[in-house]
Design a binder for this molecule. Structure first.
Ligand SMILES: [Fe+2]
Length: 379
């Protein structure tokens, strides 16, 4: 067992109706709280009303900002910063899917540093206003991670703002908020969490602690996600997925994601292709490559996906594991290819050139040829 060190400052509330805590926790951080959301969906589901009630009860003033899109762009963050920079704000709440939470993180840093987002991205360290993050989907784990992924639409890539100051003071994971999520959002966000689990288990930065969490998350998502797809009212399965998603956000502070995430970020904003959809397109090809290159690590994935020791000892275990992944994805209709998104085969090499970030964490990576091979098989 290797040595490891863990340091995570976030106070965590998990469980049904834990949203009730929000007013009390906000009050600890200040009197005037900026709430960043995606807007109409939050209002329709009554979440905004619940926040306002909780604030009123505790004597906290909320400023609501809802100008963010599904994949927040640098321009949107800049607009928010310019609109809000003159106001007195003590703390920031991000509530919604990963994009709302990432927007809240970026805006809180811009406001604390009094810098626009482009300038902030050049800083090696920066502060942020205290954050409370509340996910309404189960997938990104952004509520406990220290990164914010934003779209740079000019250069057509995604960029990451990363720093310790983006670790929330408080994360509230209330599975009730996911009970009425549409099927497509449930599938895509759940698959993102599954990808975090698989990529962090094989990561070169994994340790006994993170691997234990990854194993649990793979098993729980692999078992429960298809059950929720069949019966969206299955609260127990939704709770398990919320928990697994949170565990993987926590994990990503200590062990990184791998090639599928690095490649997906380089896609930038392809119309109709969300982060998780991009991952789902790349997964079968990357998974097959991983089985070939790092068989012992992939046996951990096989075990977590329910394969028996007898199956794993057979000469056909690689085929069986690949089949398991593909069946899991097929049940959820995750069968799209790059070609379905108007990407031309001749452009794959250009896409491969755009992949940046630390690839050393993924032992599957052997150079640009690995990325090209995955892209070609995913086309
Ligand atoms: Fe992700």
């Amino acid at each position: 067992m290797e040595q490891f060190q863990l340091n995570h400052p976030t106070k965590i509330f998990f469980g049904e109706n834990s949203l009730q805590e929000v007013g009390k926790q906000a009050k600890i951080l200040g009197k005037i709280i900026l709430v960043v959301t995606r807007g109409s969906a939050m209002e329709k589901t009554g979440i905004v009303k619940k926040l306002q009630e909780s604030f009123t009860k505790e004597g906290v003033k909320g400023i609501f900002y809802s100008g963010m899109s599904g994949e927040p762009t640098l321009d949107e963050i800049q607009r928010a910063y310019e609109k809000l920079s003159g106001k007195k704000i003590d703390a920031v709440i991000g509530i919604g899917g990963g994009s709302a939470l990432d927007s809240a993180k970026a805006i809180s840093a811009c406001l604390a540093e009094k810098k626009g987002i482009t300038e902030l991205l050049k800083s090696s360290s920066f502060s942020a206003l205290p954050l409370i993050l509340i996910p309404t989907t189960a997938g990104t784990g952004s509520e406990v991670s220290k990164g914010a992924i934003l779209s740079d639409s000019k250069n057509e890539v995604k960029v990451g703002l990363r720093g310790e100051s983006l670790l929330a003071k408080v994360a509230i994971i209330d599975p009730v908020l996911t009970y009425s999520l549409p099927k497509s959002v449930t599938i895509l966000s759940g698959f993102d969490a599954f990808a975090h689990a698989v990529e962090s288990i094989i990561s070169t930065s994994a340790n006994t602690f993170t691997r234990t969490l990854s194993e649990k998350a793979i098993t729980d998502i692999y078992t429960n996600l298809p059950m929720v797809v069949k019966n969206p009212k299955n609260k127990n399965s939704r709770k398990e997925i919320s928990f697994a998603s949170f565990l993987m956000g926590y994990n990503l502070v200590f062990a990184s994601t791998g090639l599928p995430h690095r490649i997906q970020y380089s896609f930038g904003t392809i119309p109709g292709m969300s982060h998780a959809m991009g991952l789902a397109i790349l997964y079968p090809a990357w998974f097959a490559e991983a089985i070939k290159t790092i068989p012992e690590k992939m046996k951990l994935v096989g075990r977590a996906m329910g394969m028996t020791e007898k199956e794993l000892a057979s000469s056909t275990w690689q085929k069986k594991l690949q089949k398991r992944l593909e069946m899991f994805m097929k049940q959820m209709n995750l069968t799209k290819k790059l070609g379905d998104f108007n990407i031309q085969k001749k452009d794959l090499s250009l896409l491969a050139d755009k992949v940046t970030g630390n690839m050393a964490m993924d032992p599957v990576y052997k150079g640009k040829q690995t990325i090209l091979k995955i892209l070609r098989k995913s086309w």
